[in-house]
Design a protein around this ligand. Structure first.
Ligand code: GLY
Length: 370
């Protein structure tokens, strides 16, 4: 082989290598169907069936917004994967709080609640914000007060025997793993101090020496990074296109297990966990919300489809934008365009999403490998 042929071969190999990297997020794509369409993260069949019953009913069908509420509410009642609704993902204080969002893709109105305490109905609270206020997002106890004043049940203890047991075991394990970084703990479970905050005690060694010789508690062993998986970082993200072609999306989650109190995930962040527009289609996401919300992946997907990308390419592109910066991130999303064509992409785990459209007898679950 002469030098010019060798150069050509090397160029082709590099091209192929780069393309493999770009496809590293994993993907799946499926053909379109006839409206209505319901798509949901994970094999949440009962949630999709509940949404389908609303959106497929009668000759005109229910609205996409009402179907989203039915579908996400079903998951909240069923406590899907322990990460939706009450009774899961205790925070550092053992409390369960809820994040939820709903978006009307016709009007682009959004309602969301974040870190909401003492009310079980996350998606219904989000819909009340959307339909009865000029706001988009209410948080914490003020979201609780709003939801109860608008007729939702509460105040209710959102803990369950399972969430309390999980939290007790975590406490016994010196509160490991957790979400702190660059801190020194004053005890097995905190409080935690920033390493550089005290000008006199700048290094971990110095601070630990100071703590051991001082009045504060023993320092802990090194902190373990939380492992992200489906049972501690999950979201139902759902998209519905109704018989009139109207798009709605919604999410509901109790966030991340052992989160620092006050933490809000991607669930109630528009464009991160979900986004939709009648003119284009919709997207739903799940995974490590602390990372994913930095990229607004669902906004990215919808805008990529608006510019002409197929759902599969848009989903892959949004995932790869995150994985390029965070190679260890764990997350997934689905995309569905306004013709009903859907696709998924994931990174760091095997993802499944559920679909029902009028060409199907029942919910179909699609597996996407990383
Ligand atoms: N995706 C759920 C969360 O991180 O809160």
């Amino acid at each position: 082989m002469d030098r010019s042929n060798a150069g050509l071969l090397l160029g082709l190999l590099l091209l192929q290598f780069n393309r493999c990297l770009a496809l590293g997020g994993g993907d799946a794509a499926e053909g379109g169907g006839v409206f209505p369409v319901v798509v949901s993260t994970w094999p949440f069949r009962e949630a999709v069936r509940a949404a389908w019953e609303v959106v497929a009913a009668g000759s005109t069908g229910g609205s996409a917004v009402d179907a989203i509420v039915a579908g996400c509410s079903a998951c909240e009642v069923l406590r899907c994967d322990g990460t939706v609704g009450p009774g899961g993902s205790p925070d550092e204080n053992g409390e369960t709080t809820l994040d939820a969002l709903i978006m009307n893709g016709t009007t682009m109105e959004i309602g969301a609640v974040a870190s909401m305490r003492y009310v079980k109905d996350g998606i219904k609270a989000a819909k009340l914000v959307m339909e009865h206020t000029g706001h988009t997002l209410l948080v914490g106890e003020k979201a609780t007060a709003f939801a109860i004043s608008m007729g939702l049940a509460g105040p209710t203890n959102l803990s369950s025997p399972e969430s309390i047991e999980k939290w007790s075991n975590w406490r016994q394990n010196h509160c490991q793993p957790n979400f702190w970084k660059n801190v020194v703990p004053a005890g097995n479970c905190g409080p935690y101090y920033p390493i550089n905050v005290n000008p006199v005690h700048r290094t971990i060694g110095e601070i630990q020496g100071w703590l051991q010789s001082g009045n504060l508690l023993e320092p802990t062993d090194s902190h373990l990074k939380s492992v992200i998986n489906r049972h501690n970082h999950d979201t139902i993200s759902m998209a519905v296109i109704d018989k009139m072609g109207h798009v709605a999306v919604g999410t509901s989650t109790n966030g991340a297990t052992f989160k620092i109190p006050g933490r809000v995930g991607d669930g109630p962040i528009p464009g991160s966990s979900a986004y939709g527009d009648d003119e284009v289609g919709a997207c739903g996401a799940t995974g490590d919300g602390d990372i994913m919300m930095r990229f607004l992946p669902c906004y990215q997907v919808v805008e990529s489809m608006r510019r002409g990308m197929e759902p599969r390419d848009a989903a892959m592109d949004a995932i790869s934008r995150i994985s390029r910066k965070y190679p260890d991130f764990v997350g997934a999303l689905f995309a569905v365009n306004n013709k009903g064509v859907h696709a998924g992409a994931c990174h760091g785990w095997t993802f499944q999403y559920s679909v029902r459209n009028s060409s199907m007898e029942d919910v179909e679950v699609i597996t996407v490998t990383p």
